[in-house]
Ligand binder design. Structure first.
Ligand SMILES: Cc1cc2nc3c(=O)[nH]c(=O)nc-3n(C[C@H](O)[C@H](O)[C@H](O)COP(=O)(O)OP(=O)(O)OC[C@H]3O[C@@H](n4cnc5c(N)ncnc54)[C@H](O)[C@@H]3O)c2cc1C
Length: 381
């Protein structure tokens, strides 16, 4: 991988590694930052990342960002995940920020992206109880009023909503024959009357939320992009979204690998390290190879995204990266748990957390079945 990064990016990677070691390198530090693991994401760490100028890594400099490219973005997210910095949902903030960068008015860009650069979290809300993989079937309504818009409906699975500065809502403004038409994006600041937020209990602490919109009034300029263009705007950001998730899971896979290797090197049974038994050693060798494949794919897609001559259609490649990186992270964590025996199953070790983190990633951002659909369709099937 070294060959895929410039000297500057290698230095940046070292700086992020050092940051993670210093700020959240121990279990004790992480528990303090996350209310003993109950709160998945630490805004405090997010703000420290912002102080270093990294939070808005891929946001243009004119809006307060670092103006980095896709490779810079992957380096940051991979290393934060590998270092277990308690900011797993910064990826969601960056995905949302990417849509504001592309489509929001100048005024909104300045305020929302400026706050992102200062360490605020953002959320994006598409999914509904009846619209998951088939997200275009969403029914949350936005109706025009004399002053602007009135929102009514329920959303679900909204990452970050409980701690976000604002939520980017996708709602239906028109009912037509085609479900992909008539969708519009809205900027909803935290605390807007008519919006209530309820956390969903998951295996990973507080991370996702149900949202209830009841006669929630928004001003006319809350529209992000164009009325009726919500679907096209969502699609425009998908390649970066999948790459963000892939880079994070690459980091998680690497951390699970490191933790597993440390353990099986030290743990002895029958008078020798368990890692020296061929059955264990070969499994680890296979997983190391899979992680290397994942790394090469993630950075190859990032480089493609950064090259205007090749960035045209990244749909297949970015789905492949998301599919591969999340499945490898899941396999590594589950195998890591098995190779560590009872200690892998104990919360005393971090492998349990790697399992939780990687299981979710095969579901959100479009399930891996949907990624396979996209890849299959790209071959005309
Ligand atoms: C931790 C987490 C964070 C999330 N964050 C957000 C967020 O911030 N914002 C947001 O809007 N949403 C978010 N989501 C929602 C997420 O995108 C959906 O959960 C996901 O798209 C799947 O929808 P669903 O859960 O309704 O499952 P369903 O769509 O009901 O799917 C159930 C099963 O059927 C399979 N399936 C469905 N359709 C097909 C098909 N055509 N072919 C083959 N298999 C199929 C699925 O792969 C899955 O295995 C999050 C979800 C989780 C778990």
């Amino acid at each position: 991988m070294t060959g895929m990064l410039t000297d500057e990016q290698l230095e940046f990677r070292s700086a992020v590694r050092e940051f993670c070691r210093r700020e959240s390198g121990t279990r004790e530090q992480r528990e303090k930052l996350t209310d003993d693991g109950r709160e998945g994401h630490s805004l405090e760490i997010n703000r420290r990342i912002a102080e270093l100028g990294w939070a808005a890594i891929n946001v243009p400099e004119e809006y307060g960002g670092a103006g980095g490219n896709h490779v810079d973005l992957c380096v940051l997210l991979q290393e934060l995940a590998r270092g277990m910095a308690p900011v797993p949902w910064h990826g969601t903030t960056l995905i949302t920020g990417g849509i504001y960068t592309k489509f929001a008015s100048e005024e909104l860009k300045k305020s929302v992206l400026g706050r992102l650069a200062d360490g605020a979290a953002l959320a994006i809300s598409m999914s509904e109880p009846g619209a998951g993989s088939d997200v275009a079937a969403l029914t949350c309504r936005a109706e025009r009023t004399a002053e602007g818009w009135m929102i009514n409906g329920q959303k679900t699975w909204c990452t970050n909503a409980h701690l976000a500065d604002s939520i980017l809502l996708v709602a239906r403004t028109e009912r037509g024959d085609k479900k992909h038409q008539g969708l519009t994006m809205f900027h909803v600041p935290a605390g807007t009357p008519g919006l209530s937020i309820k956390s969903i209990d998951t295996m990973n602490g507080t991370e996702v939320n149900d949202l209830y919109f009841t006669d929630c009034a928004l001003p006319a300029d809350a529209v992000v992009g164009e009325v009726g263009q919500g679907w096209a705007q969502l699609m425009a950001g998908l390649a970066t979204e999948r790459l963000i998730l892939a880079a994070q899971m690459l980091g998680t896979a690497e951390r699970a690998f490191d933790d597993c290797l440390n353990f099986i090197t030290e743990r002895t049974q029958f008078g020798q390290p368990v890692g020296s038994f061929q059955a264990v050693k070969h499994r680890l060798a296979d997983l190391a190879t899979e992680i290397e494949c994942s790394r090469l794919l993630v950075y190859s897609v990032a480089q493609q995204a950064d090259d205007p001559a090749r960035a045209g259609d990244l749909s297949r490649a970015s789905s492949m990266a998301k599919l591969k990186a999340t499945e490898v992270a899941k396999a590594m964590s589950l195998e890591g748990m098995q190779m560590m025996g009872g200690y892998g199953y104990s919360t005393e070790f971090d492998m349990v957390q790697h399992v939780r983190t990687s299981l979710g990633a095969t579901i959100y951002g479009g399930t891996n079945e949907i990624q396979r659909e996209i890849i299959g369709r790209s071959f005309g099937l």
